[in-house]
Design a protein around this ligand. Structure first.
Ligand SMILES: O=C(O)CCC(=O)C(=O)O
Ligand SMILES: [Fe+2]
Length: 194
């Protein structure tokens, strides 16, 4: 499959892996069944509450720390397990947890970052499933500053793997063009220290 990144990482975009009806159903179901919470983040040393909502699910009570806050995974729901299986089959990788983000409108996004927390398996694949409003997703190389953009459609799957998190940042830029909600699920592999 075609690699979106020119070097130092692998990003594959599978396009729409869910049919329209399935994607619509998943969007509506997750909107109401997920335990959405406002997220906390530390920006320039200040604790802020984000407008975007998040939730974290996983195999057992994993503890996971990011932006200096620790979270405990909730047990998988039926729908999340079905979506996890689809992502595993398409990408040929296994995942044991999922971080969900809910962006109410285009005003909400996520700043430049990479996902290489200590709890994450080094160079583990991250599968990103998108539902709802189509949004731009951007990559920036940490040294060269080279940029790569793509669009994440309703029901689409993207995977980031290899050394992507080591060498590239990614973000979801805010946009004035979108007035409807988007849900993103990132399936990840966390070290299992039980
Ligand atoms: O919403 C997205 O597409 C990206 C989310 C993301 O980068 C993350 O949760 O780490
Ligand atoms: Fe990320």
């Amino acid at each position: 499959m075609y690699n979106l990144l020119p070097y130092d990482g692998i990003v594959h975009y599978y396009g729409r892996v869910l049919g329209q009806d399935t994607a619509d159903f998943c969007f509506e179901t997750l909107l109401t069944s997920i335990e959405w919470r406002n997220d906390e983040a530390i920006i320039f040393g200040k604790r802020i509450i984000t407008k975007r909502k998040v939730a974290w699910y996983g195999d057992h009570n994993f503890e996971y720390t990011y932006s200096k806050t620790t979270k405990t995974a909730l047990p998988w729901t039926k729908e999340l397990l079905q979506l996890k299986k689809i992502c595993e089959q398409k990408t040929g990788e296994d995942y044991n947890s999922c971080l969900l983000n809910l962006y109410h409108t285009g005003a909400e996004g996520m700043a430049w970052h990479c996902d290489e927390e200590r709890e994450l398996k080094k160079n583990g694949a991250i599968a990103s499933l998108s539902l709802g409003a189509e949004r731009k997703f951007a990559f920036k190389h940490k040294n060269s500053g080279e940029r790569v953009d793509c669009f994440l459609e309703h029901g689409s799957l993207l995977v980031m793997k290899g050394t992507t998190q080591t060498h590239w940042l990614h973000r979801l830029p805010p946009t004035k063009k979108t007035h409807t909600a988007r849900i993103n699920l990132t399936f990840r592999c966390i070290h299992d220290n039980r």
